[in-house]
Design a protein around this ligand. Structure first.
Ligand code: UGA
Length: 348
């Protein structure tokens, strides 16, 4: 089946990984992609089924309107997704993650296009359920002065708007909720500013730059880390939508078996980097210290202490289960970041 797929934010972690997979495995699918930069797309640019334009979703609105009309499926992946920015620039998070994306959703409604929207594990907030379920778990956020929740709240409102458009105006949609996806190209590990990256990239960056790893509030809080290839497997099944299995549904895409505390993540990362001869000395001298969240993020921060997905829906409807364990995911990510040195070692 031929498909034209529009990906906004195609140079992001998910967009670039998904595009690469599509181009390599689906000879009848084409990708039309927009982004402000292209550095994660080296393996895609120039491909005859990849049509890239450099642009900004808040500016190049005509291109977007035209391509929503022209394509079969739309993935609006542009969003700010680093917690430090939720607190330092909450208005920009709302404007981009909600307002700019709402316009795209409305184009999909108007032109009757299928939209696959990235919701987030963050919508569950501080939900008490031991496993978060798409249909039954309450979504629990903190008070307004805890500005961190503006991202969760913006995404939740968008989930509700999309769901309502689906129910009342026939929008074809699937909402997917990534749970702490990790892998090559997640964030730059060269940026040294604390809070500029998600936790794994931040910790790798700290080690590479000889800085301490900082555990916010002691690092007892837990996350279920999901390797990007597993996530992309799920997205491919959602796009394929065999027998409408993904239509009008919400899917947690996460790995409940990779549920660890942030402290355990730090310790495992140090242990794994020690096995790379080129970087073992750096890892050995890395100190793991504790920092108060007020000092790291500011007073607008509040955290969720556990975040485990139920993946029953994904299993039942998509026939998907995550396969990559955390240590393997870390090694694959490190092979990418430490590659030049790794190659040296292999040759030696
Ligand atoms: C993330 C982001 O909001 C989004 O990328 C995404 O929607 C979602 O969750 C997801 O990926 O599922 P969070 O898991 O809190 O939120 O983001 P990280 O920056 O990866 O932090 C994870 C945990 O590590 C937090 O408890 C944070 O306080 C801690 N941390 C982070 C540290 O202890 N030290 C650091 O240097 C950085």
């Amino acid at each position: 089946m031929g498909l034209n797929i529009l990906i906004l934010g195609v140079n992001g972690f998910i967009g670039s990984s998904l595009t690469e997979r599509i181009l390599h495995t689906q000879p009848n699918w084409s990708v039309y992609g927009m982004d402000m930069s292209q550095h994660k797309l080296q393996n895609c640019l120039g491909h005859d089924r990849f049509h890239f334009i450099e642009g900004d979703i808040t500016i190049n609105k005509e291109w977007i309107a035209y391509h929503v009309k022209k394509c079969d499926i739309v993935l609006p992946l542009v969003a700010i997704a680093t917690p430090a920015t939720y607190i330092s620039d909450p208005i920009r998070v709302f404007e981009l993650d909600f307002e700019a994306n709402l316009e795209i959703i409305r184009h999909c409604v108007k032109h009757k296009k299928r939209v696959l929207f990235p919701s987030t594990s963050e919508v569950y907030g501080m939900s008490h359920d031991p496993e978060f379920n798409e249909e039954t778990s309450p979504l629990i956020l903190g008070p307004i002065n805890k500005e961190r929740w503006i991202y969760s709240c913006s995404k939740q409102l968008m989930d509700r708007v999309i769901y309502a458009y689906g129910k009342h105006q026939g929008l074809q949609f699937t909402l997917f909720r990534p749970f702490n996806w990790i892998g090559p190209k997640l964030d730059s590990v060269m940026d040294q500013k604390e809070g500029s990256a998600r936790v794994l990239s931040q910790f790798i960056s700290n080690i590479l730059h000889g800085k301490d790893i900082q555990l916010v509030n002691g690092g007892e809080q837990r996350r279920s880390f999901t390797y990007i290839d597993d996530g992309i497997d799920a997205l491919m099944k959602i796009i394929e939508n065999k027998n409408d299995c993904a239509s009008s549904r919400i899917f947690n895409i996460g790995n409940p078996k990779n549920d660890v505390s942030i402290k355990e993540l730090a310790e495992l990362l140090v242990k794994v980097i020690k096995t790379y001869p080129s970087h073992s000395a750096l890892a050995a001298k890395t100190k793991i210290v504790t920092v108060d969240s007020k000092d790291y993020y500011g007073t607008g921060y509040q955290d969720t202490l556990h975040r485990v997905p139920s993946v029953q829906n994904a299993k039942q409807y998509l026939d998907w289960t995550p396969r990559v364990d955390l240590e393997t995911g870390l090694r694959k990510t490190l092979d990418y970041h430490l590659r030049p040195q790794t190659e040296d070692i292999e040759l030696a």
